[in-house]
Design a protein around this ligand. Structure first.
Ligand code: ADP
Length: 164
């Protein structure tokens, strides 16, 4: 059985992420979306539990996609899935440089691990979780940026932020 791991911080999941996950789910028998919370990104908007829950709701319609989380290194996490391929999205040249470097480090830690890149769909190349957080802070319309199922939750969290 072919397995893809789609890692990310998903703070929160966007339609750009979902596009990559959906395309991976057509190529691989099984997709594991892993919410990583070891990253240097400080003070996330959502707790890891909230992020996992939002991703679960967003991927509920894809039967071969499951959601997990890890605070470890991706290269270590991937060891538990025999022959799994890490699938990541590439938006722009800046993503490429970072991902190329990450890939070299991951290869040092786990030489068995392969990473595949899917280029972002044109309409999502501008989209990132940080843009969504920024938009939410100003109470902008999030439709078309994140899955409909999680819009209310993001707006509610942004409201708490503004009040806090
Ligand atoms: P972000 O960069 O938005 O904070 P993550 O760190 O959660 O997102 O990224 C997880 C993966 O999803 C990375 O491989 C990243 O390149 C990819 N990704 C994020 N946004 C998009 C997008 N709009 N289109 C394609 N891939 C994306």
């Amino acid at each position: 059985m072919s397995i893809a791991i789609c890692p990310g911080s998903f703070d929160p999941i966007t339609l750009g992420h979902l596009n990559i996950i959906r395309r991976a789910s057509r190529i691989f028998d099984r997709v594991v979306v892993c919410v990583m919370f070891n990253s240097t990104k400080t003070s996330p908007m959502f707790s890891v539990e909230e992020r996992v829950d939002m991703v679960r709701r967003a991927v509920a319609k894809y039967p071969n996609v499951t959601v997990d989380c890890s605070d470890g290194l991706l290269a270590e996490y991937a060891r538990q899935f025999d022959g799994a391929v890490v699938v990541k999205g590439l938006r722009a040249a800046s993503d490429f440089e970072y991902e190329f470097q990450m890939n070299l480090i991951n290869k040092k830690i786990n030489p068995e691990m392969e990473t595949m890149f899917l280029t972002s769909s044109e309409k999502y190349t501008f989209l990132s979780s940080s843009i969504v957080r920024e938009m939410a802070r100003y109470d902008a319309d999030l439709k078309g940026l994140v899955p409909d199922e999680i819009i209310d939750e993001i707006r509610e969290k942004a409201k708490q932020w503004r009040l806090g």
